[in-house]
Design a protein around this ligand. Sequence first.
Ligand code: G3P
Ligand code: CA
Length: 254
Amino acid sequence: SSNPYLRGAGEQALAVAHRGASAAAPENTLAAQELARRSGADFIETDAQISKDGVPYVMHDNTVDRTTNGTGDLTTLTSARLDALDAGSWFSSKYAGERVPTLRAQAFGLRTRGGRLLLEIKRAASRDQVARMLGVLREAGILSPDRVFVQSFSKQHLTWARELAPELPRGYLTSTLDADPVAVARDLGLTAYNPKAAALTARPSVVGDLHRAGVATMVWTVDDPAQWRTLDSLGVDAIITNRPAELVSWQAAQ
Ligand code: G3P
Ligand code: CA
């Protein structure tokens, strides 16, 4: 198999910064993304969804309530409203004035400073909305299989991404294991199958099943060194964590 995301012998799992370095800085902000990049994370995981006026933004929740000083469902807010929100003060006064990043701003940051993007299509109502997300990555010059990995909990999103940019690697997020993960991976043309850690450790033979089929596994969201050790010994290909600096240090000490 020619899957470059399969972990080679003697290699560490890829370190993926979940929503940026989100234990140390407000999640999914440019500050969290820059901290993740400087911590040596291999990928920055980012949740994308589309504003009322069709602009891709970086946010996890459906509403802006938890992570900004505003209220409402992101898809009902215009970019003018979103750009005025404070996305840092909820976390710490030190981050007052951080904005809800556009995906464009994040993509241009990655182009300038380096770093790879694990793009989670969090919500997309149509193929056109996925095309808008990929479009800003293209404009930033990072729409390449070396720089961008797409993941989603939605098979529909992954199918749209496959139609729009078949060259990009894709991973399917799931909190429970399918009866036959290899069959799901084959059907969707996946590069990776990305389960919640507890689901995978309950049925660890799935790692070998996927690897024999040429499919990688990227596991989420794990901040505890005892669990890093378990997943490392299972041979997972990537660990998604809120504490990328700590994971990178832990890996260096192994
Ligand atoms: O990258 C895996 C993880 O982000 C999936 O769950 O809810 O944090 O987007 P969630
Ligand atoms: Ca996510």
